[in-house]
Design a protein around this ligand. Structure first.
Ligand code: NI
Length: 171
């Protein structure tokens, strides 16, 4: 297994539309296990392939010890609304209240290509929506007000710049 780099906003790869997974081979299984490893190390509960620079429709989630590897997931029904705080491994240190459905029906394939159809409720529905959004190049800040979004953007850009500066100084 390998630890992958988690891309941080404003990395342009986070805005690339992911493509369907068509091969259910060992390479896919290896990527899934690398994503688990990376997610656990980063203390996240979900990670989407575009966040590690792979533009594929693939998500891993660990919810209270239940692991989901979602391949080509699609939300086909949603119900209700709930506001709660959420974060994202691509926005370290940022937590914002975001409105999401509180019940969804999701169809996807597992790592072997077998079709699944599940109803997910509560906070886990939020996690599913958040991660599946990544596959469509959508980020949690897109759901905030323009002002808030601009503020976070500036903050993240400043952070990215200071990291580059400190790397330059080290050389
Ligand atoms: Ni995220």
């Amino acid at each position: 297994m390998a630890i992958l780099d988690v891309l941080v906003y404003p990395d342009p790869a986070l805005r690339v539309m992911a493509e369907d997974v068509t091969r259910f081979d060992d390479k896919l299984k290896k990527l899934i296990s690398d994503m688990w490893e990376t997610m656990y190390l980063s203390k996240g509960i979900g990670l989407a392939a575009p966040q590690v620079g792979v533009p594929m429709r693939l998500v891993v989630i660990d919810w209270e010890g239940i692991r989901y590897a979602l391949v080509n997931p699609r939300i086909v029904e949603e119900e209700g609304e709930e506001r709660a705080e959420e974060g994202c491994l691509s926005f370290p240190g940022i937590f914002e209240e975001i409105t999401r459905p509180n019940k969804i029906r999701v169809v996807y394939q597992d790592e072997n290509g077998d079709a699944r159809d599940e109803v997910i409720e509560g906070f886990l529905a939020r996690v599913f929506c958040h991660e599946i959004d990544h596959l469509d190049a959508k980020l949690m800040i897109d759901k905030l007000s323009r002002l808030k979004r601009a503020f976070i953007k500036k903050k993240m850009e400043r952070k990215a710049k200071s990291l580059v500066d400190s790397e330059v100084q080290e050389r």
